[in-house]
Design a protein around this ligand. Structure first.
Ligand code: AHM
Ligand code: MG
Length: 340
């Protein structure tokens, strides 16, 4: 029987092999994984741990916070602030960036996270997760501020998520493909269970919140309408639909068996470019998807090339199997040319 490869061993070997994980980054990833283990414990206890339900607060986006949103945010901050690997953190649940306090050494990395993605699924016992993205502090920077975070997604040095479902699975990229680790609860460690994850280029499965159909713009309507026509329509095949309403779980399915995920701009709030957040949801997921051979755009442009203007910026997201994402993107370009 081949020996189990723990996350620690995987990271050490990656560091040795190509040297592109410096030791500070390795420590950072181990600490994030440890925090995810502790969030997984809290999620697991559910009502027994008194962690379900809403807190009496709203986040910067005006969304009511769940108790677990706040717990997960605190776990990630407490785990990461003292190690000397970070200069600052940013979170969906915090208005401003969190600069590592003076009493601790400052490191060269910036960590962004959505501590508990899929909040609407917490109380109903459906998969949820933590999404994270790691950037490097710009060189020769004297003091960290929000501007340091505003880097396009292609500059990420690590990205991943941990999905708390029937299994707790950590999925990671450091720019050398995608690896998956399953939490072995008896050993208390993440064990490598999938390497070189690849997404099939074609798919018969789409994920979108269909209840927003009447608010979509033309290219999205055209794409979904063609899928719904199945064998009798222009796509000449029947499509299946899934919508978990936890991006982590939908993306995990796509990394596992392919598919396309869409959370497009829609007319409900025309001033907002989309629902999902660029820096700690779309960017890390897009990089993972690209690293597994898929694609990710906002309909017009590669997500990883978008220059963020602010920390909590939103974006339209289309990601997954390459040929489908390219098709939806082409439909957007065609609609633009036709002035639709
Ligand atoms: P959250 O970070 O507040 O949980 O919101 C993001 C979630 C995504 O995980 C998911 O894809 C989407 O919101 C679901 O939205 P909707 O309820 O509009 O279908
Ligand atoms: Mg989220």
């Amino acid at each position: 029987m081949s020996p189990k490869i723990s996350l620690t061993r995987y990271l050490v070997e990656q560091q040795r092999m190509d040297g592109h994980i410096p030791s500070q980054l390795r420590l950072l990833l181990e600490v994030v994984a440890r925090a995810c283990k502790s969030i997984s414990q809290a999620v697991n206890k559910g009502a027994l741990g008194g962690v379900l339900g809403t807190a009496d607060s709203e986040n910067v986006q005006g969304e009511v916070q769940k108790k677990l949103d706040i717990i997960a945010n605190e776990v990630l901050i407490e785990a990461n602030e003292w190690g000397g690997h970070l200069a600052a953190m940013a979170s969906e649940e915090m208005d401003a960036i969190y600069v590592v306090p003076n009493r601790y050494p400052q490191g060269e990395y910036l960590l962004l996270f959505d501590p508990l993605d899929g909040s609407s699924n917490i109380d109903v016992n459906v998969s949820i997760g933590t999404i994270f993205s790691v950037l490097k502090m710009p060189e020769d920077d004297r003091g960290v501020d929000e501007g340091d975070f505003l880097q396009p997604g292609r500059q990420q040095v690590a990205a991943g998520y941990c999905v708390y479902g029937p299994q707790t699975t950590l999925v990671l990229t450091v720019g050398d493909g995608v690896a998956m680790f399953t939490l072995d609860r008896e050993q208390g460690s993440f064990v490598l269970t999938e390497e070189n994850v690849r997404i099939p280029q074609d798919t018969k499965e789409f994920a979108i919140n269909m209840s927003n159909m009447r608010h979509w713009d033309e290219p999205v309507k055209r794409y979904i309408d063609e899928c719904l026509q199945g064998k009798e329509g222009p796509r000449e095949k029947d499509f299946n639909m899934r919508w978990i309403a936890s991006m982590v779980a939908d993306v995990h399915r796509i990394l596992t068996r392919g598919g396309v995920f869409l959370y497009p701009w829609d007319k409900r709030e025309p001033g907002k470019p989309g629902k999902l957040r660029l820096m700690y949801e779309a960017n890390p997921m897009s990089w993972l998807i690209e690293q597994a051979g898929g694609a990710a755009t906002n309909g017009k442009q590669r997500i990883l090339d978008i220059q963020p203007g602010k920390l909590h910026e939103r974006v339209s997201v289309i990601l997954g199997s390459k040929n489908e994402v390219e098709r939806v993107t082409r439909y957007h370009n065609e609609a633009e040319r036709a002035g639709l």
